[in-house]
Design a protein around this ligand. Structure first.
Ligand SMILES: [Zn+2]
Length: 365
């Protein structure tokens, strides 16, 4: 066993810090002076930002960029939810992480909270190492004003859409793959929702960052636009005339771009029209999903894992390493990453049966 990290992320301000936390009254010091000079924000807008609570679901490339921009802009509370850990292949575009995070396999939410604390200790970051699923979404997104999409899959986006529409919380869809980026604001009760525009998730072979690659500039474009829309929502409210009501897409390589009108809900929409929240109800949700290139995720629940015990148990079968957040087990040709709640990502196969059997063999069935 190697101890790779602290049990909890560092507090947002150390006892020695002279800076008051935002929730004890904002200090509009020099840090935000250039933003306060901007007419759209001003001192009043900056104070509103300091009281705002937003969530970023998924802290990969888009989530990192969103979190970086909005943390520096002074949004008071950022809840960062991510189920994954930092790997070397993330570093080309996931701007909150560094080589040390990757070598320690730190969970992205924890690494992000540490990085943000180093450049803005005035705000609160709430890292959640978790997979957003129907059973926990109410809990994970409680008390949030705007939800931002840093995910890489439609399953989670439809779940966020159901939750946001049901509870009338604005959310912003963002996606980037290859050189293509797309984003749309969803203002429940006013604009189209995700299910209005995309009634069904894409079928067949879907392009992913694992198969089609991704340009970091496409990520930063979509994150810049979505972060700015977030500032407008927080400062001016959902009735702001400046908030965009289209599905905007832009290919930074070919320069093709388009905007589809999304100002009104589609008649008969399952989610915002009929209020039939099938994704929130968890219908048809697989317990095992393919996840990225050559790996399978097992969504196990109610199986708290004692990493010390598991480390001991796995020692005879391969190489084991763990910290407080993840346990990694290598047994050729497979690599299993285990989380404290029992969730696992198994690399080296796309066969869910093989993954299930490995899990059953080494963790339990
Ligand atoms: Zn709709």
């Amino acid at each position: 066993m190697t101890s790779l990290g602290q049990e909890t992320p560092p507090p947002k301000s150390s006892p020695a810090s002279p800076i008051k936390p935002a929730n004890q009254g904002p200090r509009l010091d020099d840090r935000y002076s250039r933003q306060i000079l901007f007419g759209g924000i001003g001192a009043e807008g900056q104070i509103r930002l300091s009281h705002a609570r937003i969530a970023i679901v998924g802290c990969g490339a888009t989530g990192s960029a969103l979190a970086g921009l909005l943390a520096r802009a002074g949004v008071g509370t950022l809840r960062i939810i991510d189920r994954d850990y930092v790997e070397p292949s993330n570093l080309q575009r996931q701007s909150l992480f560094d080589e040390k995070d990757a070598s320690e396999s730190l969970p992205k939410a924890i690494a992000a909270a540490r990085k943000i604390a180093a450049f803005n200790s005035q705000i609160v970051v709430e890292p959640k190492v978790d997979d957003v699923v129907p059973a926990n979404i109410e809990n994970l997104l409680a008390g949030i004003e705007v939800i931002l999409d840093g995910t890489d899959n439609f399953e989670t986006r439809y779940l966020i859409n159901d939750f946001a529409v049901k509870n009338s919380i604005p959310w912003i869809y963002s996606a980037a793959v290859g050189s293509y980026a797309a984003t749309m604001n969803v203002l429940p009760g006013e604009t189209a929702c995700l299910a209005c525009i995309f009634p069904d998730s894409p079928r067949g072979i879907v392009e992913t960052c694992e198969t089609s690659g991704i340009l970091n500039s496409a990520v930063n474009l979509v994150a810049s636009i979505a972060a700015t829309e977030t500032l407008k929502l927080l400062v001016e409210g959902v009735t702001s005339a400046h908030v965009r009501k289209t599905l905007l897409s832009f290919d930074v390589w070919t320069n093709e771009h388009a905007e589809i009108n999304a100002a009104k809900p589609r008649a008969g929409c399952r989610a915002c029209g009929e209020r039939d929240f099938i994704h929130l109800a968890g219908e048809g949700r697989p317990h095992i999903t393919l996840c990225g290139r050559n790996s399978v995720q097992i969504h196990e629940r109610q199986r708290p894992i004692d990493f010390n015990e598991m480390d001991r148990r796995l020692q005879p079968h391969g190489t084991v390493r763990h910290n407080d957040f993840v346990l990694k087990f290598w047994r050729d040709p497979y690599e299993m990453t285990l989380f404290p709640d029992g969730r696992a990502i198994i690399k080296g196969t796309t066969d869910t049966a093989v993954a299930r059997s490995l899990y059953a063999r080494y963790v339990g069935s």
